[in-house]
Ligand binder design. Structure first.
Ligand SMILES: O=C1O[C@H]([C@@H](O)CO)C(O)=C1O
Length: 545
């Protein structure tokens, strides 16, 4: 079946947290419309860029784009940007059931509000391995009052101006900025604007709900909790999880989960759902939504204080929850027993010509102005650096806890070319930031693939000992995975999807500051590319119309 959508993307004044600012909407909405489809469907989205002064690209997060690498929606990697006034047709198949996302992938546009959910159901006659009565989706987000331009300019300036902590946390596009606090910029703030009344999820007492919870934060790692209700985790990034029960769900930008909730509490009242910042010392008020027990009034505030959530600096609980996520019995995809190649990626904060940047193995990523996919396919070898970036660092001598004497890194737009169909292990190694006192959580997202999560640990990865502890029995498959502060994360994937794929920190500011890299595999197997993805840089006039 074909699911056809027509979207118009534009700027509009919105007050998602009561404070009015320009937001990017799809057909007037932020979050945008949910894409509902069934496994095997073809999705066609005709996107009209009505931003007037700004380019655009939309990425289908978690959809692997098998056979359609030009439809990944990643500006600079899979396509040229959609110019103002132009309409671009995305066309791709959703080949797996589960919970996915879409969002802007041009500059830092995602955090201006261009995002939404994709929900893919099973083929007719098949059922999930867990029971529920109703299905609901929410996206968690953080929200800034400064424009993406101001933020990006600060990040690319000397002196460096960081984006700072967000002004609000949004649950399904709704938050509450305290209008009487000193506003971050003069503007209209109206606490009784209906746009910023809390999101309400109405439940019928006794019923079980599948709640799909995703995060598309620009910066924040979050915890999500529902007052008086525990949650059974059953899905992560489109894969069934061996069920486990939590009081709070830790969720990192780019991740999706399904949890089951039973409406089995005192039905005479409502309950709070809250989200709070973890891993960074928060200065943002917790996000609030209401779990409304029918037939209570949906706007009636619960009589109790909203749950505060776990302590922001309880790193051990976050690591433990990451480690608890395993593939569900009966649905295990067993990884290859060994890999052909191991690449260690040391994550560091650096200086490049005095600018604050992030780097992987001391290389800070920049995008070329000809998309890699087109350049690789047409052999335009001169449009970016041809020397491959480093596949490791001197880990015997590197101290992840101390700032190196020389913090300088270099810029490169070089790429990693993987041999087609080989199995690759990636070790993400975290380290201290340049301030010397903290290490951050970085959610890494891989385009075009799901990978097996082999393990997480704290401290420096031990190349001899730690691989012996890999979970090769029931590893969960994901497309986004955190590397915890001063920790490491190991995963395995097959380079079996012909194309060019971005791998990057899902924190908007960090990717802008160079925290990403590109893999190419099987380019010779990529069929004709649509000319619609070309037109910029040296891709002008190439391709078949
Ligand atoms: O990239 C970042 O820069 C700041 C800080 O490290 C320097 O100001 C911060 O918290 C980041 O995540």
């Amino acid at each position: 079946r074909i699911r056809h959508y027509k979207w118009e993307v534009k700027y509009e004044y919105k007050s998602p947290d009561c404070y009015e600012k320009l937001a990017i909407t799809i057909n007037g909405r932020s979050p945008g419309p949910t894409i509902l489809a069934q496994q095997g469907d073809t999705i066609i989205v005709e996107v009209k860029n009505s931003l007037m002064l700004e380019n655009l690209a939309i990425h289908w997060h978690g959809i692997r784009q098998i056979g359609t690498p030009g439809m990944d929606g990643t500006e600079g990697v899979s396509q040229c940007p959609i110019l103002p006034g132009d309409t671009f047709k995305y066309e791709f198949k959703v080949d797996r059931p589960g919970t996915y996302l879409y969002h802007a992938h041009y500059g830092m546009q995602r955090e201006a509000g261009l995002y939404g959910s994709i929900r893919v159901s099973l083929p007719d006659g098949e059922t999930e391995p867990f029971a529920y009565d109703y299905d609901r989706s929410i996206i968690l987000n953080d929200w800034y009052h400064k424009s993406t331009y101001e933020q990006a300019t600060g990040l690319s300036s000397i002196p460096f101006v960081f984006v700072g902590e967000p002004q609000s946390l949004l649950i399904q596009g709704r938050g509450k900025f305290n209008c009487s606090s000193t506003p971050s910029a003069p503007g209209v703030c109206n606490a009784s604007n209906p746009e910023c009344s809390p999101y309400v999820m109405t439940v019928i007492p006794g019923k079980t709900y599948r709640l799909r919870v995703s995060s598309l934060t620009a910066l924040s790692a979050l915890s999500f909790q529902i007052e008086g209700h525990n949650m059974t985790v059953v899905e992560a990034d489109g894969h069934y999880v061996e069920p486990f029960v939590v009081d709070n769900l830790f969720i990192y930008s780019g991740e999706t989960y399904s949890v089951l909730i039973k409406a089995d509490q005192d039905p005479s009242r409502n309950y709070w759902m809250t989200t709070n910042v973890v891993s960074r010392e928060p200065s943002t008020t917790n996000g609030l939504a209401i779990l409304n027990y029918y037939p209570n009034h949906p706007r009636r505030s619960p009589p109790t204080a909203p749950p505060a959530g776990p302590m922001w600096n309880d790193a051990a609980s976050r690591l433990a929850q990451s480690q608890a996520i395993k593939a569900r019995q009966g649905f295990i995809s067993t990884p290859p027993a060994t890999s052909n190649k191991t690449i260690v990626f040391l994550n560091t904060q650096n200086l490049v010509n005095g600018y604050t940047r992030w780097a992987v193995n001391n290389v800070s990523f920049t995008l070329p102005n000809t998309p890699y996919l087109v350049a690789e396919k047409y052999n335009l070898r001169h449009v970016y650096n041809q020397s491959p970036p480093p596949t490791g660092y001197d880990f015997e001598n590197y101290n992840i806890y101390s700032v190196p004497a020389n913090t300088n890194a270099s810029l490169s737009d070089g790429i990693y070319r993987l041999e087609f169909n080989t199995t690759v292990d990636i070790i993400l190694q975290n380290a201290v930031t340049m301030g010397g006192t903290t290490s951050e959580t970085h959610p890494w997202h891989l385009h075009g693939h799901d990978f097996w999560v082999l393990g997480y640990g704290t401290g420096k990865f031990d190349i001899n000992e730690d691989p012996k502890k890999y979970n090769l029995v029931n590893p969960i498959m994901k497309n986004t995975v955190p590397v915890h502060p001063y920790g490491w994360t190991a995963f395995r994937f097959k380079a079996d999807n012909p194309g060019v794929w971005l791998f990057h920190c899902h924190i908007e500011a960090h990717f802008h500051m160079g925290m990403g890299l590109v893999f190419q595999e099987g380019i010779e197997k990529v069929g004709n590319l649509p000319s619609s993805i070309m037109g910029c840089g040296e891709s002008k006039g190439l391709g078949n119309p």
